[in-house]
Design a protein around this ligand. Structure first.
Ligand SMILES: [Zn+2]
Length: 257
């Protein structure tokens, strides 16, 4: 069954939600968004609902101020400004994840060890993972990003990097495709866990070298069979194998299964 590329993108966003929930990157909280394919000043994200429960009907369209572009009575995510501000600051970014994954949290509060790639699949988080502290510019808050000013401050700290840790809260990650940002967000906590365990073993930590990170990036293509393989696996494991579509050479999506 052929479907429009827009409908397929909405399906992909639902799949991304389910994968992130199934892989324990998000729980009741946390969200994933994708830039609108026809209007770069808009993006798509679920209304305020746990990622595990997101369906196509839950997807809403917001502008780069984090406001709904259509009349919307349903409650929206409080922290949607994270997405709006990153899309605003980074034209190259097509998809954003915000999550509170526990394994990443220690690296946002302890300054002794920086979160950097130590495993091959962690290479995509990039050489530099900045830590953003909301208190630096906003003092005592509830730590949530609840307006554009705070979102823009976070986006500024993220800079050109792929991931920023948010002190005492979680992380924000930015990618060129939904698959890329999901993959990065799945491997980020695993990389963090490995680094934490390596620290417990003691001795010197061997991080991925810049050359190794570059070599991994050179070998990566967002639409390769290898990349698709992970997406297909995670989606099937999360119970959404029937929703998978893969663009053919003409850009038409075909529902598989
Ligand atoms: Zn949050």
């Amino acid at each position: 069954m052929a479907m429009s590329s827009f409908d397929a993108l909405i399906q992909d966003l639902v799949i991304a939600n389910r994968i992130l929930a199934n892989e324990d990157v998000v729980d009741a909280y946390g969200h994933v968004s994708v830039r609108h394919p026809d209007n770069p000043r808009h993006f798509l994200i679920a209304r305020s609902v746990a990622p595990e429960l997101v369906t196509t009907e839950d997807i809403v369209e917001l502008d780069l101020d984090g406001q709904p572009v259509r009349d919307e009575k349903r409650t929206l995510y409080l922290e949607r400004f994270i997405h709006a501000a990153i899309f605003e600051a980074r034209p190259d970014v097509m998809a954003v994840v915000h999550a509170h994954a526990e394994d990443t949290l220690a690296f946002g509060v302890a300054d002794a060890t920086k979160l950097r790639p130590v495993i091959h699949s962690g290479s995509f988080i990039g050489t530099e993972v900045p830590v953003w502290d909301i208190a630096d510019n906003f003092g005592d808050t509830n730590l949530l990003v609840t307006n554009m000013e705070q979102g823009r401050d976070l986006a500024k700290r993220l800079g050109v990097n792929n991931v920023a840790l948010m002190r005492g809260h979680g992380f924000a990650s930015a990618g060129r495709t939904l698959i890329e940002v999901v993959r990065m967000s799945v491997y980020l906590p695993r990389n963090a866990r490995t680094l934490m365990r390596a620290k417990q073993l003691g001795g010197t930590i061997k991080y991925l070298s810049q050359g190794e990170i570059d070599a991994r990036n050179r070998g990566y293509s967002p639409y390769s069979t290898e990349t698709w393989r992970a997406w297909e696996y995670w989606a099937s494991k999360a119970g959404c194998g029937h929703m998978l579509t893969r663009p053919d050479d003409e850009g038409t999506r075909t529902l598989r299964g």
